[in-house]
Ligand binder design. Sequence first.
Ligand SMILES: Cc1cc2nc3c(=O)[nH]c(=O)nc-3n(C[C@H](O)[C@H](O)[C@H](O)COP(=O)(O)OP(=O)(O)OC[C@H]3O[C@@H](n4cnc5c(N)ncnc54)[C@H](O)[C@@H]3O)c2cc1C
Length: 300
Amino acid sequence: MDKILNKLEQYCTIEYDKSFKTLTTFKIGGLAKYVIYPNDEFSLKSILDIFNENNLAYKVFGYGSNILCGDDVYDGFIIKLTRNMSNYYFADNQLIAQAGCSIISLAYKASEKSLSGLEFATGIPGTLGGCIYMNAGAYNSSMSDIVDSVKVIRNDGIVWLSNAQCQFGYRSSVFLHNPDWIILEVKLILKEGNIIDIKNLMKNRQKRRLETQPLNYPSAGSTFRNIGDIYAWKLIDEIGYRGKKIGGAMVSEKHTNFIINKGNAKASDVIELSNQIIEKIKEKHGIEMIMEVEKFNWEK
Ligand SMILES: Cc1cc2nc3c(=O)[nH]c(=O)nc-3n(C[C@H](O)[C@H](O)[C@H](O)COP(=O)(O)OP(=O)(O)OC[C@H]3O[C@@H](n4cnc5c(N)ncnc54)[C@H](O)[C@@H]3O)c2cc1C
């Protein structure tokens, strides 16, 4: 492994034994043995070649705001684009940005240019790459509304995919079915708007989140997907789980589709609580709940 690490160091910075508590908004999980920050796109290509030649496991992380990491050690490589692959520029009403950009900061930059379209993302604590991966959205808008094309690195090289080729759906895209693809860059099409209206809408969205979401506790946002028109929070409320606690994990009193980390929660606490919710809702309504939060490094 030393030889491989020496080779990798030409193309990235490597950090060792980082807790997933520092790599996710849930602040839960064991250790990531290797976390790498590629120098740039070309370095990433060389890194992937090394991983493939040596059959090494890897996983891209944005801000880890939709991931629940298991409590064990992960001895593959976590790839983070947030340090060196987070540049962007505007060309008229287009925003071209690298996947490691914060979507919140892009929303603010766009608003300063009087460009509308990203207001919905004001409170989504993810990277552009992570938001494309699961077609993040809120308030009846989602990334798919503003994506022109997405640049991806795959086994066959680097390609641009059109909006249609991304196969966006409710919290889904072609990327969910191709976990070895890495999103590098995105072209967004925004609309010219009125700067005061844009800023007011963003402020209102923020205010509404603060009023309705438990943002003072670590979480990964909504735990379950809504089922068509049926809200997950309502189903959880109906089984009497508001405030239900297992270990350090608790169903938020403020928003029942948020499981919060009340302090030192283990992944197993969250999973036990989620499993109970799934079972009870199945019993009561015959509905199969689907987790929106992704489980990673979890074998059970
Ligand atoms: C308080 C709070 C509020 C939230 N509100 C919302 C909301 O309103 N709407 C919503 O949709 N979500 C919401 N979320 C969930 C989360 O922010 C989004 O899912 C976001 O898109 C995740 O982005 P990320 O960069 O943190 O991705 P991560 O959680 O790091 O990763 C998620 C998935 O994306 C993949 N991925 C990340 N980057 C890349 C890349 N460059 N290439 C390929 N795959 C990649 C990862 O491998 C992983 O499979 C919320 C979360 C929190 C904590």
